[in-house]
Design a binder for this molecule. Structure first.
Ligand SMILES: NC(=O)c1ccc[n+]([C@@H]2O[C@H](COP(=O)([O-])OP(=O)(O)OC[C@H]3O[C@@H](n4cnc5c(N)ncnc54)[C@H](OP(=O)(O)O)[C@@H]3O)[C@@H](O)[C@H]2O)c1
Length: 284
């Protein structure tokens, strides 16, 4: 694989940043250089120098997508723009790598396999499911379905470290269950699938280890950071009571990792990567 012929879209987000580190020779653009919702800009890009599109762009504001403006933006970026990339991939015989989410499911099953039927609860989830359907129409595609992404950017771990630094004892939801996914794992899985010419299709990719709640993850973050602060459990319903414009969230977010494991990929336990991440954050 010639990494100079990779094109990273949405390059300044959490995953895009990690992909740029993995493939420093790759071409890359975020919305300022290439707005993927602009059909003409995508059509006019010089695709002759590209073999693989890595699409790290998305509208990821889950609650924002429930507003009138956000609903339009989410559908534009997560569905319409994905259609533009799919068209470019098809016309130029490129491979497209796309990222999906556990939010395409309703979270009633304790573990989700790649072939579970879509049942999104939120606008964000529905717009992402539409993107998946578009990508899956062309042969040369990988869809990596993931959950609870942690990388360089705003994320749950950084929020909770900020809370701890202020000495706040948080109340955290304990009925949403899943696993963190460090961007290093997503990048490693993308590289594994591409380098080994694995069969095209959809693969669940998260960090491995025990599925836990956000409250449990907060306790682990505090333990690793040596913060002696109590974490109180709450339910999703209780936490969002009286708040307007909150998107419904799946309660069970755990993705089965059996399919990617069968390709020889070994995911790293989220606790191992969380420890490294917290250390790095506290050393800043
Ligand atoms: N974060 C999670 O917990 C999570 C969970 C499951 C799945 N995922 C999926 O994982 C992928 C990566 O997520 P992430 O956390 O890295 O997202 P992120 O940090 O929000 O990054 C998304 C990037 O896409 C850019 N973008 C937005 N609209 C664009 C457009 N029209 N053209 C070009 N670029 C555009 C954003 O730019 P601006 O910031 O300027 O808008 C941002 O740099 C996404 O597909 C997401 O749906 C994320």
């Amino acid at each position: 694989m010639d990494s100079s012929r990779i094109f990273i879209v949405g390059a300044n987000g959490q995953l895009g940043t990690a992909l740029k580190q993995q493939y420093p020779d790759a071409q890359s653009a975020d919305i300022d250089e290439l707005d993927i919702t602009n059909r003409d800009s995508v059509n006019n890009y010089d695709w002759s120098k590209v073999d693989i599109i890595l699409n790290a762009a998305a509208y990821t504001n889950v609650d924002g997508a429930e507003t009138d403006e956000g609903r339009i933006a989410a559908w534009k970026v997560n569905a319409e723009a994905v259609g533009n990339l799919v068209r470019a991939s098809w016309q130029n015989k490129l491979t497209i790598v796309h990222i999906s989410t556990d939010y395409v499911f309703d979270g009633t099953k304790t573990e989700h396999t790649e072939d579970e039927a879509f049942a999104p609860l939120s606008v964000y989830g529905a717009s992402k499911a539409a993107g998946d359907l578009l990508v899956s129409q062309i042969g040369k595609h990988y869809i990596l379905r993931t959950s609870w992404v942690i990388g360089e950017g705003n994320n749950f771990v950084r929020t909770m470290l900020g809370v701890a630094k202020k000495g706040i004892k948080p109340t955290v939801v304990a009925d949403q269950i899943g696993r963190l996914t460090f961007t290093s794992e997503l990048v490693r899985a993308i590289d594994h699938l591409l380098s080994n010419n694995c069969d095209f299709g959809t693969y669940n990719v998260t960090s491995s280890g025990d599925p836990v709640s956000w409250a449990d993850i907060t306790r682990k973050i505090f333990e690793l950071g040596n913060y002696d602060l109590n974490v109180t459990n709450t339910t999703t319903q209780e936490y969002f009571k009286g708040k307007e414009g909150i998107a419904p969230r799946p309660l069970q977010s755990t993705l089965s990792l059996d399919k990617i494991a069968r390709t020889g990929y070994k995911p790293v336990d989220w606790k191992e990567d969380l420890e490294k991440y917290v250390r790095k954050e506290l050393a800043k």
